[in-house]
Design a protein around this ligand. Structure first.
Ligand code: SF4
Ligand code: SF4
Length: 178
């Protein structure tokens, strides 16, 4: 049969010598490699006790932003969903009532806003498309989860804490000591 690549190698079938059957030389070679790594700089870190510094352009978990008064900025225009190449964002719009003036900045708001993190490729296009500065990608990882459903992030997971009523939680979310 014609080989697909030229990487195939013929396997040697000659019987092993007594020394080879002892495997002693190979074990010593392996141990030398193992011990030599003990004195090299470790590429791994003890996460989560130690954390790597992110690149300035790192894009992590999404955050739904509020304004200085704590009102939600998102106006459910859908531009982020349209810009998303992975079709990871869905939302439902609702109209703000008189009683909700302190909650939402615009007349229309996202009653439901979801991002499917299993689809998201963290490209940041949703952030760029947003005309209201309502969504941005933070410097936090999307945490691991045991179920697929756990990766569908809703508004409670995405909304930044209210700077007026949850100042301590906001400071913690930003990584600042309260
Ligand atoms: S970061 Fe990219 S893939 Fe993820 S939700 Fe935003 S636009 Fe979609
Ligand atoms: S996050 Fe921005 S782009 Fe997306 S629906 Fe809200 S206001 Fe529109």
């Amino acid at each position: 049969m014609q080989p697909l690549t030229n990487k195939a190698q013929a396997v040697s079938r000659k019987p092993m010598t007594f020394l080879e059957r002892l495997y002693l030389i190979n074990i010593i070679k392996g141990m030398v490699i193992t011990f030599s790594h003990m004195f090299k700089k470790q590429p791994t870190i003890h996460y989560p006790e130690q954390k790597r510094e992110f690149s300035p352009v790192f894009r992590g978990l999404h955050v739904l932003n509020r304004d200085e008064e704590g009102k939600e900025r998102c106006t459910a225009c859908g531009l982020c969903a349209v810009a998303c190449p992975a079709e990871a964002i869905t939302m439902e719009a609702a109209e703000r009532t008189e009683d909700e003036l302190h909650l939402y900045r615009e007349e229309k708001y996202a009653a439901k806003y979801e991002i499917n993190m299993l689809r998201c490729i963290f490209c940041g296009l949703c952030e760029e498309a947003c005309p209201k500065d309502a969504i941005y990608l933070s410097e936090t990882f999307a945490p691991a989860n045991y179920t697929r459903k756990g990766f569908i992030y809703g508004k409670p997971d995405l909304l930044i804490p209210n700077p007026k009523t949850e100042a301590a939680a906001l400071a913690m979310a930003k990584g600042v000591e309260a």
